[in-house]
Design a protein around this ligand. Sequence first.
Ligand SMILES: Cc1ncc(CO)c(N)n1
Length: 223
Amino acid sequence: MTFSTYLYEKLQHVWRQNHTHPFVQELGQGTLPIEKFRFYMVQDYLYLIDYAKLFALGAVKANDIGTMGKFAALLNSTMNEEMSLHREYAARFGISLDELEQAEPSPITLAYTHYMLHAANNGSLADLVAALLPCMWSYWEIGVELNQIPGASEHEWYGEWVRMYSSEEFGDLARWCLDLFDHLTEGKPQAELDRLEMIFLNTTRYETLFWDMAYHQETWPIR
Ligand SMILES: Cc1ncc(CO)c(N)n1
């Protein structure tokens, strides 16, 4: 069994909380209040800035030219495609570039991105990928699952989100990340696998906390 399959099966009870979260369910049903999605978009833009840095660090930590090139391509497509799509999508919700760039990260956004950057900066390439994998994999799975709800991909406001994350292009990225993780963890000592499992578990949990933060539009309780 690959390490990703092992983690996936072992952590299903945590993993599924992302799928069943009211934010995700209401997004798929098209009933999510627009202000909650608007709040999510701004925080997710801030998230993507640090997420892109993980790809840059992946290029630094890669041990072969092929992997290095792939991380460079991921950095480029996140910075110059996904984020510009995000800006256009945000504009439809009346969110200006200024608002996106001057927004303050919420406590959860800050904790999540800094946790990922800490794992990536201080660990091996496997640590970096363990931090990254739940984000990509769970968004892809959620995208595919929501895309099966009749009308979800054509929804006036949320259809674009569903189409983006259920796309073959996004699926290819998630699959590449999965294969890399399984390759990097093959035959690794148990102590290292245990550390990677903790990182994977924590970023899976942070995904749920991120949906929760958006659903409740949580900012700093202290201004
Ligand atoms: C919080 C979060 N996780 C994962 C993704 C997938 O890119 C995203 N855009 N935002």
